[in-house]
Design a protein around this ligand. Structure first.
Ligand SMILES: NC(=O)c1ccc[n+]([C@@H]2O[C@H](COP(=O)([O-])OP(=O)(O)OC[C@H]3O[C@@H](n4cnc5c(N)ncnc54)[C@H](OP(=O)(O)O)[C@@H]3O)[C@@H](O)[C@H]2O)c1
Length: 257
């Protein structure tokens, strides 16, 4: 296929399921080269096949994002071979796997959540930032959560991990902006994926396709944030204005997502 424009290269972590898989399909089009990361080869292959049917080029790479040195080497070598335009750090642990019991959370569960949701996300984007800055272009997306806006007693480590991503994204964005590199913080509420399907209540649920379209449009438009759905975001912001005792009563029965 003769084309004067090099394909736009988009790397997505957590591309084997849920929001990441839907994001891959949203981006899949001719003259797009998707670089899809995950651990489950069968599901990742299936996502890549659909993307190819839509005219995109798609590669898959198996990696555990908690293995930060392997991940750093992988993303650097991918960018070295063919420069990336966009990276979305989306892989995460949540849902029932992140729910605390009456005695809190087992230490290994908390550490695994931070290893994936925080260290894994930073290890995805940090090695690419100097490369994007040197090229004076690039788009970065980081997936947070509305649970990062309003910490939930049902999932302390999940909420804290997403709040960490929110702070990281908000601090980095102005730093990168003068170099022409954009950073978009993606803040979903409940999205109908295997992660949230393990929860009992999912108010204002969005489909993964709708969430992916919203996320892609925000990343491509260089927006600072995409917070959705607005009603849940409003509720989270209002919750932060309540006295701590009232908030604790309201949220202690709620689950994380
Ligand atoms: N669904 C929601 O309601 C919701 C709401 C707010 C925020 N989010 C956030 O959205 C992101 C995507 O979640 P989702 O709902 O799409 O969940 P999902 O369907 O469970 O998918 C999670 C993805 O993350 C990958 N992943 C998890 N741990 C990994 C690890 N250690 N190394 C590499 N990949 C790993 C999984 O890959 P493998 O399966 O291949 O291991 C999978 O592709 C997460 O950051 C989540 O916190 C989701």
């Amino acid at each position: 296929m003769a084309d004067d424009h090099p394909a736009r290269r988009i790397l997505i972590t957590g591309a084997s399921s849920g929001i990441g898989a839907a994001l891959a399909q949203a981006y899949a089009a001719p003259n797009r080269h998707l670089v899809l990361l995950g651990r489950n080869a069968t599901r990742l292959d299936a996502v890549a096949s659909i993307a190819r049917e839509r005219g995109a080029h798609a590669d898959i790479h198996l990696v555990d994002v908690a293995d930060t040195s392997a991940l750093g080497e992988l993303v650097t070598s991918i960018d070295e071979a063919h420069p990336l335009d966009t990276v979305v750090a989306n892989a995460g642990i949540g849902g029932r796997a992140s729910l605390a019991g009456p005695s809190g959370e087992p230490p290994e569960a908390s550490l695994a959540i931070f290893a994936t949701n925080v260290m894994g996300a930073i290890a995805t984007v940090a090695p690419l930032i100097p490369r994007f800055v040197a090229r004076r272009k690039g788009r970065i997306g980081l997936t947070g959560s509305i649970a990062g806006l309003l910490p939930l007693p049902a999932s302390p480590s999940y909420s804290a991990s997403k709040a960490a991503i929110h702070a990281y994204a908000r601090a980095l964005r102005p730093l990168l902006r003068p170099a022409g590199v954009t950073l978009t913080l993606l803040v979903p509420g409940f999205v109908d994926t295997p992660m949230s399907q393990s929860l009992d209540r999912r108010p204002f649920l969005w489909t993964p396709e709708r969430a992916a379209r919203r996320m892609m449009s925000a990343i491509d438009g260089g927006k600072a944030t995409a917070v959705f759905p607005w009603a849940l975001a409003l509720g989270a912001r209002a919750g932060n204005l309540l006295p701590a005792s009232v908030l604790a009563r309201l949220t202690s029965a709620r689950q994380g997502g």
